[in-house]
Design a protein around this ligand. Sequence first.
Ligand code: PLP
Length: 396
Amino acid sequence: MLSNQEMDNVILEESKYVINTYGRVPAVLVKGDGMNVYDINGNSYVDFLSGISVNNVGHCHPKIVETIKKQAETLIHVSNIYYNIPQVNLAKKLVNISGLDKAFFCNSGAEANEAAIKLSRKYSKAFGKEGEIITMEHAFHGRTLTTITATPKPKYQEGYDPLPTGFKHVPFNDIEKLKESISNKTAAIMIEPVQGEGGIHIADQEYLKAVRELCDDKNIVLIFDEVQCGLGRTGKMFAFEHYGVKPDIITLAKALGSGIPIGAMIAKDEVSNAFTPGSHGTTFGGNPLACATAITSINLISELLNNTNEMGVYFTDKLKKIEEKYDFVREVRSIGLMTGLELSFNGSNIVQEMFKQGYLINCTSDTVLRFLPPLIIQKEHIDGMVSSLDDVFSKI
Ligand SMILES: *Cc1c(COP(=O)(O)O)cnc(C)c1O
């Protein structure tokens, strides 16, 4: 077993050589296996965060590892100047499962949203619109200049002005405010059906239906950012399936490559036809390694949907009991295995205490404990985590 000194050394060198953009938990992780990760000192942790809903099929799934090995030995990258088979196969799969028409590949969630913003602006110019995009309060769409502008959080925007123009924000789940804010400039409305970073806020059924009708009426492109809530997280492949509402564009990333970076934008033909050769592009986007891995990810996720629903219900029931027991728990919000527990105070100490107990959880929007476990989770993991949480809460 390695000593603490080696861990201290990694942390020291990180502070010396890596630009300081993250406040990290003091754990140097060296290995992962299914539900567990291991640190440099040999401690194991049960992962209730999945690298922020990336490791949906668990860590180092044998089929993911096998796919990566096989594709790495065959062809890793060729650029988009040529055709490659995994890219076409992945596009076909995404089109089949989403009911939309065509896919574009990039390397992250922010890039997928950039593509969606660019596409919807280009498409709507033909109708004389001025490219305005409406997004929601508490949304999160990424960290590029344009996507921080789409993300109405001062902390993410401060110091980066001048920001791109043409963005407006309205309260989430409020159809009247949305109606008031649209004009003949409005090109697109962008929504996370379940807000992740914002604190696990779930769109109302009637709301998304009304938004769809509004978009149809006014010829506005409806973009669903499913970077976090998509790909099995909510118990369906896509969160929009819970609503019976189909967007014109959907964006994906996080769980798509099970850790190999890949993002995707899937769109209806009518909209995607606004892009022609030269309109948009990226060097790495849709490379064979990432696409082959994504095909395996999707296949595995589709086999885990039943477990996600069963375990989601089991987990939520247990957390509701915790909610009843402690006054400082304001609310439990959950859909599938996308779960938030809102506290009446900042949750970062709870995250630290849970870490000491061997559980990786996270706190978002200051007060919301966020649980995004791998979809392979079993009752025993939930029982263990909830009992540790109960323990930690009982000492407050
Ligand atoms: C994480 C996230 C993004 C940004 O994805 P990156 O891969 O970090 O660029 C965008 N939208 C949502 C909803 C996310 O959760």
